[in-house]
Design a protein around this ligand. Structure first.
Ligand SMILES: [Zn+2]
Length: 123
């Protein structure tokens, strides 16, 4: 039997009683469950923020109205680009897959070099 007291998941106060109890009472249980919706919203907001930051990074690499630029993957990583998030992908006639964050995208070329693009019209 573990002796350290557990804290209520809702209010943080030590919970008395069975060791598997997670809440003080029904009030705290309900409060915790109601908060879950807020947590879901926060998860979505965090992913959206990452996506927007990704877009910002891609946009920052395209200067002077250029629509494409070649960049090493390491540069994107240095800038904090998170490759796991994207909004959609686009396959051109050659079967190359562009990964997009909103209106900016990138195409893995070779040897960890990427082509960064703006917009959708690419050959
Ligand atoms: Zn509580």
């Amino acid at each position: 039997m573990e002796m350290h007291s557990k804290n209520c998941l809702a209010c943080g106060k030590p919970v008395k009683g069975r060791s598997d109890k997670k809440f003080c009472d029904d009030y705290c249980r309900n409060a915790y469950n109601n908060r879950a919706n807020g947590v879901n919203t926060e998860v979505i907001r965090n992913i959206n923020n990452d996506l927007k930051k990704n877009r910002q990074i891609l946009a920052s690499l395209l200067q002077n109205d250029h629509e494409t630029v070649i960049t090493p993957k390491s540069r994107l990583i240095d800038l904090g680009f998170k490759f796991r998030w994207m909004t959609h992908q686009y396959t051109n006639q050659n079967g190359q897959i562009y990964f997009y964050c909103y209106d900016y995208g990138y195409l893995p070329i070779e040897n960890d070099v990427y082509l960064v693009v703006k917009g959708k019209e690419h050959k």
